[in-house]
Write a protein that binds this ligand. Structure first.
Ligand code: ARG
Length: 600
């Protein structure tokens, strides 16, 4: 099944990363990967158990009273033919002192390790402060190309909330892969070709006005398109006319092409406005039309490889053996299809970018489509078919009847962003009327709220869209994380010169051994691992949820531990922790596509 296939890709991918992490650690950085490190310490004591499998078993206990690291020995008990507690006891008795560790214990079949809190704090802070905006990054990708196809809206059609999901998830994956040492290539596979353009041309020639289209853009184009369908019900000859115009367009007729170009231009202008607001960029806008002159060769190849079958005048690839409906490649009238373009585009991308992986971010409703044409690539004999991966996300539906009055039942992204910005503006006006650059902050926080809301659940989960929730800034939201970052900035500003450039080696880390400070250190340490997991699972929500955890641990620390105290040792240690939180929050926010304003 397709699910099984993507699972395999995930695992293969996971292995590769794991080995990279290890070789990096062997070079020795200040903060090690503690799981790997502990595995290295224990490997000699557990006969026949590979270091790597120990590392995979090590856990972070949910409660610090059970240690910072823990090995569940019952998972080794069968292999070692020993009772779990006996294994744990043995590990404890053989443990030789180590300055990274305060003590070890054997409890209920777990071998628990309590890190030396001062060294833990000093190692973590040194790494965060030294790496700065690179903190959490890795070189796993070794510069290999990852092609990410995302957003990909359709020309002359509304950019709706489903496209927002693709945009936001794709953009986050783009950043995450880049941060993991890959070279991300972002492609906007615009839906800019197809019979609908014949219809649009007919509708425009019948009812359109240039000035109105120029003023109202996609909304007006969409209206014309809808009107075409309304009228064509009664006048079927309009459909023939539309087909004829599309044929003209395909043959390069000057008038048809001029209109099409104009529709594309009008639509792109609006998409760009949205992308600018969202802070999203693409390396290529090669849309469906880009492949017009490239499909014939691919169809020839399919024919030569005896994969094409004729069926009532159409050409298709049978996929019965794989329990899938056939992939239609050429229609009766000679027209090509979505499948044809995707197969052609994939081969083009492989030749152009020699990708390590090509990722497609769309709603789960398109899963079968991807499964089908991935199989076609495989049947063509391309072993890189396994490097293609669909990254599906859940559907967005509207909440109850509240919004059913809205025509077309779609949420306009533009309206959504405008409302979020307006609401932020009101909050600022109420709470901080003297703030400088209110508009800029309102934009960053309002847009951030929408992006974060989209990334706060596992991507596959269906979303019931609610205005209330999307515009809720309390609790586990983007504004909460952004606000926490601004709070850290504000403390550092108040502290004065140099507080944002602490010298990690001069910190008295013994001042950071209390529970609240350690809670923050633990979260800071976890960042790297979370980013890696987000990449392996293609799941940006791992980073958003992480940011909430870090923000919460920081706010607990902030409430319990006064920072700007007289004692210079305490003060500088706490400030270094604040600066580390600021750096990490900012890095994480940037990865998922949010700005981190310094004042809110
Ligand atoms: N334009 C399509 C849509 O709006 C998404 C395209 C996704 N990318 C692809 N290569 N098929 O549903």
């Amino acid at each position: 099944s397709f699910a099984g296939m993507s699972g395999k890709i995930g695992i293969a991918f996971g292995r590769q990363c794991l080995t990279m992490v290890r070789s990096q650690d062997e070079r020795g950085s200040s903060v090690m990967n503690y799981k790997q490190w502990l595995a290295g310490q224990l490997a000699g004591q557990l006969e026949g158990v590979a270091e790597e499998s120990i590392a995979e078993l090590v856990e972070y206990p949910p409660n610090p009273q059970m240690g910072d690291l823990s090995l569940p020995c019952f998972k080794l008990s069968k292999q070692l033919r020993k009772a779990p507690q006996a294994i744990a006891e043995e590990l404890k008795s053989k443990w030789s002192g180590n300055d990274a560790v305060a003590r070890v214990d054997a409890v209920s079949g777990y071998f628990n390790v309590y890190l030396n809190p001062a060294k833990f704090a000093s190692d973590v802070l040194s790494e965060v402060l030294e790496k700065g905006e690179r903190y959490g990054s890795q070189e796993t990708g070794q510069g290999k190309n990852i092609v990410i196809d995302y957003s990909s809206p359709n020309i002359a059609k509304t950019f709706h909330i489903g496209h927002l999901r693709s945009t936001v998830i794709g953009n986050a994956l783009y950043n995450i892969f880049q941060f993991m040492g890959y070279n991300s290539v972002g492609i906007n596979h615009l839906g800019d070709w197809g019979t609908q353009f014949g219809k649009l041309i007919v509708a425009y020639k019948l009812w359109g006005e240039q000035s109105k289209v120029e003023a109202e853009g996609i909304d007006e184009l969409q209206r014309l398109y809808v009107k075409f369908h309304d009228e064509a019900d009664a006048k079927p000859e309009m459909e023939d006319e539309a087909r004829a115009w599309f044929v003209k367009l395909e043959q390069g007729d000057a008038e048809a092409e001029k209109l099409w170009r104009w529709f594309v231009e009008i639509s792109l202008k609006e998409f760009h406005k949205m992308y600018d607001l969202l802070g999203v960029k693409f390396d290529s806008y090669a849309g469906e039309s880009f492949y017009n002159d490239k499909m014939a060769a691919i169809l020839d190849e399919l024919k030569a490889k005896q994969l094409l079958e004729e069926d009532e005048g159409a050409l298709l690839v049978r996929l019965d053996d794989y329990n899938m409906p056939p992939a239609l490649m050429v229609k009766k009238d000679g027209g090509t299809l979505y499948h044809t373009r995707d197969v052609t585009a994939a081969i083009y991308r492989k030749n152009t970018y020699d990708f390590e992986k090509a990722i497609y971010v769309t709603d789960a409703g398109q899963s079968l489509h991807f499964q089908q044409w991935f199989k076609v690539i495989e049947l063509m004999g391309y072993d890189w078919a396994k490097q293609l991966q669909h990254v599906p996300f859940g559907k967005v539906s509207l909440e109850g009847a509240k919004l059913s009055t809205r025509k077309g039942n779609v949420i306009h992204l533009e309206e959504l962003l405008a409302k979020a910005i307006e609401k932020t503006r009101e909050i600022i006006e109420e709470k901080n009327p003297n703030m400088e650059n209110k508009d800029e902050v309102a934009r960053k926080v309002g847009v951030g709220a929408i992006i974060f809301n989209d990334l706060s659940n596992n991507r596959i989960k269906d979303i019931v869209f609610s205005w209330e929730e999307a515009l809720n800034f309390e609790g586990e939201t983007g504004p909460y994380v952004q606000y926490t970052h601004a709070r850290a900035c504000s403390v550092l500003r108040k502290a004065g010169d140099g507080a944002d450039k602490p010298d990690a080696s001069a910190i008295d880390a013994a001042q950071l051994t209390n529970a609240e400070a350690q809670g923050v250190v633990r979260e800071l340490y976890l960042f790297k691992e979370r980013v890696e997991q987000a990449m392996l699972k293609l799941e940006p929500s791992i980073v958003s949820r992480y940011l909430v955890d870090l923000a919460q641990s920081f706010n607990r620390f902030y409430h319990e531990c006064p920072i700007l105290v007289d004692d210079p040792g305490v003060r500088s240690a706490r400030l270094a922790l604040v600066q580390s939180v600021r750096v990490t929050l900012k890095n994480g926010l940037r990865l998922i596509g949010l700005d981190a304003p310094e004042k809110i």
